[in-house]
Structure formats: structure tokens, C-alpha cells
Design a protein around this ligand. Structure first.
Ligand code: ADP
Length: 168
């Protein structure tokens, strides 16, 4: 698997799967979630609502992942995952690792060969950039996956540089 690091807006990526740093409601939010729903259009929200009405009545649990259509995005699927809110008193890194592992599992089961990840939890959920990047890179390196092309698409310089350092 080739891992690359890019700066930019993840909604502009042409890949099989775009990962969304969603919240457990699956009904949209700010940050990358808002950008994905705006760019992808209402079909994504419609499928998220259907998931809330069926499999995920109480929302998507933190650390898990689920796929929907990608609507108008240049992708086949959006894989929604819910990162943990950063805590100074509790180590939630296993949940953040799980976001990457589960997203790769879901995308791999669908047959995706390429995937783009944002820096899950590194925005509104306040995870420090250096740690978020180290956890992300370790998680994808450890995951057994058939995906060939994995991209981290980072929106700001601090997070971009943290990922560059983490990848070595
Ligand atoms: P979380 O709630 O998991 O912290 P956020 O969306 O608030 O999710 O932030 C996650 C990361 O996504 C942050 O580093 C933020 O700068 C970045 N981000 C926001 N918009 C985009 C976008 N359009 N493309 C890629 N990354 C984005």
C-alpha cells in the first residue's frame, strides 16, 4: 500500500472512498463533515437518515465506521467514522486507532482500491496534531488491507506538518 500526504480539501479527491470525520448522529456537522455533505449533496444525508432509522438507531458508536453513497463527490463511497473527543484525563487513542482500522475494513469489504482520510478528531474534537498524526499513521500501517492507494488529505499546515513528521 502506498501512503501519501496531501494538503487540501478532501472533497476534491478522486478516490474510491472518502472518509468523513462524522459525529455519532450521522446527520451532519461542521468541519470536514459539513464540507462533505455540502459538496456531495443530499443523497448522503438521505442514506445517513436511513441508517439512523435502521441499524444505528442510537447513532454510530465512536471508533466504528459505515459507508454510504458519495453523492456528487468524485468517489464511490463516503465512509463515515466517529472519532473520540480528546481527553486529558482518559486515554482514548485505541478508539482513534479503531476509526482508521474500521474505515479500512469497511472500504476494503466494498472493494475500494483507493481511500482518502482527513485527520480524524484533530479539529472540533481537539486531538493534538502530533498525536493524531502518529496514531493515524501507525493505525494504517498496522491494518491488513487490500487498498493500494491511501492518502491523508490535510487542511492546514500544522496538521500537514505533523503527518509529514509521523510518516518519517
Ligand atoms: P473532528 O470533529 O473529528 O475533530 P473536524 O472536521 O472538526 O473533525 O476536523 C478534522 C480535521 O479535518 C481538522 O484537521 C480540520 O482542519 C480538517 N478539515 C476541515 N475541513 C476539511 C476539508 N474540507 N478537507 C480536509 N480536511 C478538512
Amino acid at each position: 500500500m502506498a501512503i501519501s500526504i496531501l494538503k487540501g480539501d478532501i472533497t476534491h479527491q478522486r478516490v474510491d472512498a472518502i472518509v468523513n470525520a462524522a459525529n455519532s448522529s450521522l446527520l451532519g456537522g461542521g468541519g470536514v463533515d459539513g464540507a462533505i455533505h455540502r459538496a456531495g449533496g443530499p443523497a448522503i444525508l438521505e442514506e445517513c437518515r436511513a441508517l439512523r432509522a435502521s441499524r444505528y438507531g442510537r447513532g454510530l458508536p465512536t471508533g466504528q465506521a459505515v459507508a454510504t453513497t458519495a453523492g456528487r463527490l468524485h468517489a464511490r463511497w463516503v465512509v463515515h467514522t466517529v472519532g473520540p473527543v480528546y481527553s486529558e484525563t482518559e486515554d482514548r487513542s485505541a478508539l482513534l486507532t479503531s476509526c482508521y482500522r474500521e474505515s479500512l475494513r469497511v472500504a476494503g469489504e466494498l472493494g475500494a482500491a483507493s481511500i482518502a482520510f482527513p485527520a480524524v478528531s484533530a479539529g472540533v474534537y481537539r486531538w493534538p496534531a502530533a498525536s493524531a498524526a502518529e496514531i493515524a499513521v501507525a493505525a494504517v500501517r498496522e491494518a491488513g488491507t487490500d487498498i493500494e492507494d491511501l492518502r491523508f488529505v490535510l487542511f492546514n499546515d500544522e496538521v500537514l506538518e505533523a503527518f509529514q513528521r509521523a510518516i518519517g
